[in-house]
Design a protein. Structure first.
Length: 376
């Protein structure tokens, strides 16, 4: 096979931190907050703007809250679980690295007494019909390391007694989420928005706020996990400032400026529907390529569950040859960081979130075939 003539304009296909938006230039950021306190009027204004812009662009119900919290998506989901789980039984779902991590935290760290665990191997989903929505439910919307997403939210009851805890870090801004079915949703802007790392986002429904104010877990909570404070009457009140830009600890204002730039870009594209369309267009390119070549396949066998962001593929060669293919593409300056996650089956993981141009995905695919011919 001849060496392809056209390379992707941007070879960044990492699944986190992800590619910057097309046309990104750090010189375009509003850097007035650098060297200023995040507690200053300007600092709180820009943090609050980030919360408001995410709320508006995601199309959240008016009574949902958005807060910026420490430690990326991991910090957001951990603080939610440590603060709210234990009030009722829990159904915990895991089918890839991060979902299985939350299962482990629930069973081995929190050691909750009433937990049902539903697992599936990489490439599959557990039986969602087994979930009891009168229990708390913890799950990932999209398996970042397996490329498997839940196809819809029909399995979550509208009239439910339990809370849904959804790790949506590789789904938010790239997939349609049924917000009325999600009580606690977490993500990090380093994924679909191509932002910088270390900051998480926590979205709470009114039902989640009620849980926080009516339930006190029996274990101690470190400061960076605390979402409530004593109300002076023996109860707890939400620290509402977290959801207005008054962060628990010091954020990077450079990262906040970077996030605001990404949000402004997303709005110029046409909002979340346009971002979803970009991701789905990239997935369509990959699906066409896979259908035309027998030596490559999706890790997710059911087309309805295939991720449009963390697209995971398997090859019909030994793991060491897959690694050689990844290294060859990096050496050619064609694709960086597209090897499968360390815990996942050997293969490729191509980020196809909205900040990656579908044309770049299309340009990458012939190079994958070329590299395969070199190493097979």
């Amino acid at each position: 096979m001849q060496r392809p003539a056209l390379k992707p304009r941007n070879p960044h296909f990492s699944s986190g931190p992800c590619a910057k938006r097309p046309g990104y230039d750090v010189a375009q950021l509003d850097l007035r907050t650098l060297g200023r306190s995040h507690r200053s009027a300007l600092g709180k204004q820009m943090l609050g703007q980030a919360c408001r812009d995410m709320h508006r662009l995601l199309g959240l119900p008016a009574d949902y809250r958005v807060g910026i919290v420490p430690a990326s998506d991991t910090g957001a989901i951990e603080m939610a679980m440590w603060s709210m789980l234990g009030a009722r039984g829990v159904d915990a779902l895991g089918w890839e690295t991060f979902g299985l991590t939350w299962v482990k935290d629930i069973t081995q760290q929190l050691k909750l007494p009433d937990v049902r665990v539903f697992k599936a191997p990489y490439g599959a989903l557990p039986d969602l019909t087994q979930v009891d929505s009168d229990r708390d439910v913890v799950f990932t919307w999209n398996g970042t390391t397996s490329g498997v997403r839940v196809p819809h939210g029909d399995w979550i009851a509208d009239a439910r007694a339990g809370l849904t805890f959804c790790d949506a870090t590789s789904a938010a801004f790239s997939m349609a989420l049924p917000w009325h079915k999600l009580d606690v949703t977490t993500f990090s802007w380093q994924k679909a928005l191509g932002g910088e790392g270390a900051h998480g986002v926590l979205v709470l429904s009114p039902r989640a706020v009620e849980r926080l104010q009516s339930y006190t877990p029996p274990w101690p909570l470190p400061k960076i996990f605390r979402l409530t404070s004593p109300d002076g009457q023996g109860g707890q009140q939400l620290i509402d400032g977290i959801f207005r830009g008054e962060t628990i600890n010091t954020p990077s204002m450079l990262c906040v400026a970077d996030c605001l730039d990404a949000l402004a870009w997303a709005e110029r594209q046409g909002g979340v529907p346009a971002l979803i369309a970009r991701s789905e267009a990239s997935l369509k390119h990959v699906a066409g390529f896979v259908a035309a070549h027998g030596w490559i396949d999706f890790l997710a066998q059911d087309p309805a569950t295939r991720s449009c962001t963390s697209v995971c593929l398997t090859l019909d060669v030994p793991p060491e040859k897959t690694k050689a293919l990844v290294q060859l593409l990096e050496a050619e300056g064609v694709a960086y960081d597209i090897g499968a996650y360390k815990d996942a089956p050997a293969g490729l993981r191509i980020w196809c979130g909205a900040t990656v141009a579908p044309d770049d995905v299309a340009a990458l695919l012939p190079w994958i075939e070329w590299a395969y011919r070199q190493i097979a």
